[in-house]
Write a protein that binds this ligand. Structure first.
Ligand SMILES: Nc1ncnc2c1ncn2[C@@H]1O[C@H](COP(=O)(O)OP(=O)(O)O)[C@@H](O)[C@H]1O
Ligand SMILES: Nc1ccn([C@@H]2O[C@H](COP(=O)(O)O)[C@@H](O)[C@H]2O)c(=O)n1
Length: 470
């Protein structure tokens, strides 16, 4: 057991480094995995939580602490607290209603507002850890938990740690700590906290020192997450769809120009120069068509002036540049309508808030999200998602899901692809029927050979090597 460069490994279980799918084949989000950690004060709850987070090694974990849910004190109560006469260890000191609502909202993926709380880079988490002396106390809160741990550390050790911590970090003196411990902390532990141990799935003696217990917990968590979330691609591949294209999909009219371009692009021996030229040309047509679809303009009115007007509008305020990078797109979608949205490296440091970008890695068995940075006002924008080649539709789904999670309306999303399987298009259209989908060419694959069919592989490879590599 131990960490590897590719994420955490526990026996044969491995969590990806990026965020794995948090939604199912119908595009709806899964509930996050919720872990509750209870135990006495200074038993090591926070330390165990931090060990788990470190071992998970993924950014999609949120730690929520019970301290955030203390009821606010009146002036008189503040004075009592200063005189060591306020009981911070009684269940009544906590606002369990707000706590439950917050956890419930988090579990449903609703954005919550909690001080001392960090959502990291994405508004949703796959894993939520809630720790505190009363984490396992309220039955309604317990019902939300997928896994409950109780950190069982000897009371002498807890008192010694608490003395050290409260004097060093909380401005208390030895007399005050001992007084508070005797008057409130110990009785509350005996009366309210210790009885919650029976609800725990796993009791962790000695807290974070207990490497074996934490490893067993890690194995359990990775297995659970594995079973829940890591099979999106294989599930997508098992779906069966009718031959006719979905209503929301528009395919470029096959005129001689489009036909010739596609033929050239499919030729294995096509020169780099020709490939770049054709991809650029085809991308423009797809972008233009996408914009016209969005504006509900009849394609027969697609005169230069109309297109330019649309371009101006897009260049102005309501266009959110967006990159769904299956590593291939870089300059492909550079056209006059879309300012170069991804001519930079897709490393997190390479993007300003104004240059929205996400990097989806889909060359592994399961799609993963590695990077996501979007403009703050994205919810008010029209978002164009580009994907040079759409195969299973998994990457496309993840890109749309992220945009929706950031508050963009489904009808304000345009998805553009150059070559797509009809399966991938069905996947996307079924999950997100209001997304406008425009594609230059559809490959009608034969089941079950959808994976990386030759045509798509060639096109994708060329897009990557010819358009991204220097
Ligand atoms: N295994 C350990 N060995 C030594 N000190 C520890 C250990 N675990 C925690 N501590 C210390 O004890 C104090 C309380 O630990 P913490 O994890 O915050 O407990 P809790 O969240 O249960 O109050 C902290 O100062 C922490 O550094
Ligand atoms: N203003 C406060 C608030 C809380 N406490 C003590 O914190 C303990 C819970 O936190 P742990 O990290 O130790 O679990 C609890 O026992 C309270 O007595 C405090 O002293 N002052």
């Amino acid at each position: 057991m131990g960490d590897s460069g590719g994420g955490i490994t526990d026996g044969d279980h491995k969590l990806p480094r990026g965020r794995f799918p948090w939604f199912s084949v119908d595009g709806k989000t899964h509930k996050p995995y919720m872990i509750g950690i209870g135990g006495g004060s200074a038993s090591g709850k926070t330390s165990v939580a931090n060990h788990i987070i470190k071992k998970l090694g993924v950014p999609w974990v949120v730690l929520l602490q019970m301290d955030s849910f203390y009821k606010s004190l009146s002036k008189a109560e503040i004075e009592q607290a200063y005189a060591n006469n306020y009981n911070f260890d009684h269940p009544n000191s906590f606002d369990f209603d707000v706590l439950f609502e917050t956890l419930k909202n988090l579990k449903s993926g609703v954005k919550v507002d909690v001080p001392i709380y960090d959502f990291g880079t994405h508004s949703r988490a796959n894993i939520i850890i809630f720790e505190g002396i009363f984490a396992l106390y309220d039955p309604k809160v317990r019902d939300l938990m997928d896994l409950m741990l109780f950190v069982d550390t000897d009371s002498d050790v807890r008192l010694a740690r608490r003395l050290k911590r409260d004097i060093a970090e909380r401005g208390r003196d030895i007399h005050g700590v001992l007084q508070q411990y005797k008057k409130y902390v110990k009785p509350a532990f005996d009366d309210y906290i210790l009885p919650t141990m029976k609800h725990a799935d796993v009791i962790v003696p000695r807290g974070s020192d207990n490497v074996a217990a934490i490893n067993v917990i890690m194995q359990h968590i990775t297995r659970e997450l594995d079973a829940r979330d890591l099979s999106l691609r294989s599930q997508l591949l098992q779906l069966r769809y009718p031959a006719q294209k979905p209503d929301s999909v528009v395919v470029l009219e096959s005129n001689p120009e489009v036909h010739a371009m596609l033929q050239t692009l499919e030729e294995k021996g096509v020169s780099r120069e020709d490939f770049e030229f054709m991809v650029d040309r085809l991308s423009r047509l797809v972008v233009e068509r996408g914009l016209l679809e969005f504006e509900k303009v009849n394609p027969s009115m697609m005169e230069t002036t109309n297109v330019l007007k649309l371009h101006e509008k897009i260049k102005g305020t309501n266009y959110a540049p967006w990159l769904d990078a299956s590593h291939q797109q870089t300059p492909t979608w550079n056209c006059h309508a879309c300012q170069p949205i991804n001519s930079r490296s897709p490393s997190p440091s390479g993007h300003s808030d104004e240059t929205a970008a996400t990097q989806l890695v889909n060359d592994v068995a399961e799609i993963e999200l590695h990077h996501c940075r979007l403009p703050r006002d994205i919810r008010d924008r029209v978002v164009i998602i580009t994907d040079v080649t759409t195969s299973t539709g998994a990457a496309a789904m993840m890109a749309v899901r992220i945009v929706l999670d950031h508050g963009v309306e489904e009808k304000n999303i345009i998805f553009l692809s150059l070559v797509a399987t009809s399966h991938g298009l069905h996947v996307l259209a079924n999950a997100f029927p209001e997304v406008k989908i425009v594609v230059a060419h559809v490959v009608s694959e034969i089941y079950p050979g959808i994976r990386q069919i030759e045509e798509i592989r060639h096109f994708g490879d060329r897009s990557f090597t010819d358009l991204i590599s220097p």
